[in-house]
Design a binder for this molecule. Structure first.
Ligand SMILES: *Cc1c(COP(=O)(O)O)cnc(C)c1O
Length: 390
């Protein structure tokens, strides 16, 4: 009997503490964490720099209010603007809140241009969160079912299909924004092509549409650049962030540039907890540590090793469809549903995830070391081979 609402099909273990890329359950069993609480624990567990900064901040100020100046917001805002080459930031507490703010911003931008019923282009297999607006933008019926009526005025297209967008540009005068994950996470680690992102940037410029890139999962160094779109050498107008930004402390942010940075005015949007000093300190320390400890270079290195070693280990396995990803955001697609591999992973002492039914998802903390990458591959290869009977 549990006092918790039945919102999660939870695994049987509970975690008690962690150190680096390792966690222990309440029975004292040790696991290699290749999931980071779903791309959240950027610095792994019990990182000395994060622990010291949070301890210090807790003793100073945890919450003030957005009705006052919050100097740490200015500091983290400056860091995010500098790293992204963008201009202004709104702080909130989660991914869906960042996306909800982006959707509101796009609608207001439309109204300011005289478009009474603005439309936003969204994508098949997208995941943007579970509020009414963000689940409506999400491209997964399972997330939406039972919560109709959905928020209207989302127009859906397939990924990496420029012709579909050109058609929308020709036929729908009320479109104000294109909203996508630079790399889809929940949808199965699906990458936007670089040429596609570049063509999208050009189309948005031509049409006056906002390019809004949800980097809640793929941002904050995970792909080896601060933000995944930087691999395509473009800049979005709006970029929601969350998950890895606080290394475990709840935080969300919307970064904006150009006209999108000027759209919200007092009274348009707000939040009680957003931008609190504790979360800001977590964000600042995460960014500083990723830089100081060379964690983006590490993400590239470990990611390359893991993908190559998995491909070698799984050579000739016909049930393997594809190994893909960038940096430490990795998907292993099989030809069959494989959710039970999560439990088999627990039995073998690794925390992994399966998303989109048949994609094993790896999101290790950016502090993953050579030995940990090797152990992960040495555990997964025989486990996958046994599962598919190869
Ligand atoms: C997890 C996720 C969200 C939702 O974030 P929450 O903090 O759970 O609300 C939104 N977008 C993407 C791409 C995500 O991966």
């Amino acid at each position: 009997m549990s006092y918790l609402m039945n919102t999660y099909a939870r695994q049987s273990i509970g975690l008690s503490h962690g150190e680096g890329a390792w966690v222990w359950d309440t029975e004292g069993r040790k696991y290699l964490d290749a999931l980071s609480g779903i791309a959240v624990n950027t610095l792994g567990h019990n990182h000395p720099k994060l622990v010291a900064a949070l301890r210090d901040q807790v003793g100073q100020l945890i919450h003030s209010s957005n009705i006052y100046q919050v100097p740490l917001q200015e500091q983290l805002g400056e860091r995010l603007a500098t790293l992204s080459g963008m201009e202004k930031v709104f702080f909130c507490n989660s991914g869906l809140e960042a996306n909800e703010a982006a959707i509101k911003l796009a609608r207001l931008y439309g109204h300011n241009r005289g478009i009474e019923s603005p439309e936003i282009v969204v994508y098949e297999k997208a995941f943007h969160g579970r509020s009414l607006a963000t689940l409506s933008a999400t491209g997964n019926r399972k997330v939406q079912k039972g919560f109709e009526p959905l928020v209207p005025n989302f127009v859906r297209v397939p990924m990496n299909d420029m012709a579909a967008l050109e058609q929308i540009a020709a036929e729908r005068p009320n479109v104000v924004a294109v909203f996508l994950e630079t790399i889809q996470g929940e949808g199965g680690i699906n990458l936007s092509r670089i040429e596609y992102l570049q063509a999208l940037r050009a189309l948005c410029d031509r049409k006056g549409w906002l390019l809004m890139l949800d980097e809640v999962q793929c941002g904050i160094g995970r792909t080896g650049r601060w933000f995944a779109h930087q691999w395509a050498d473009i800049k979005p107008d709006v970029m929601p962030l969350a998950k890895g930004l606080g290394s475990g402390v709840p935080i969300g942010a919307v970064v904006a540039s150009g006209i999108a940075a000027q759209t919200f005015q007092p009274g348009n949007h707000g939040t009680t907890f957003g931008g609190n000093p504790l979360a800001m300190r977590a964000g600042l320390t995460t960014l500083q540590t990723v830089e100081e400890d060379g964690l983006m270079e590490n993400a590239v290195r470990q990611g390359q090793y893991i993908r190559t070693a998995l491909a070698e280990g799984l050579r000739g396995v016909s049930a393997l469809r594809e190994i893909r990803g960038q940096g430490l955001m990795i998907g292993i697609e099989l030809d069959r549903p494989c959710a039970e591999l999560v439990k088999k992973g627990l039995e073998r002492g690794v925390l992994i995830n399966v998303t989109s039914d048949n994609v094993i998802r790896l999101l290790p903390p950016l502090v993953f070391g050579d030995d940990e990458s090797r152990l992960l591959v040495e555990t997964l290869v025989p486990m996958i081979r046994e599962f598919v009977g190869a």
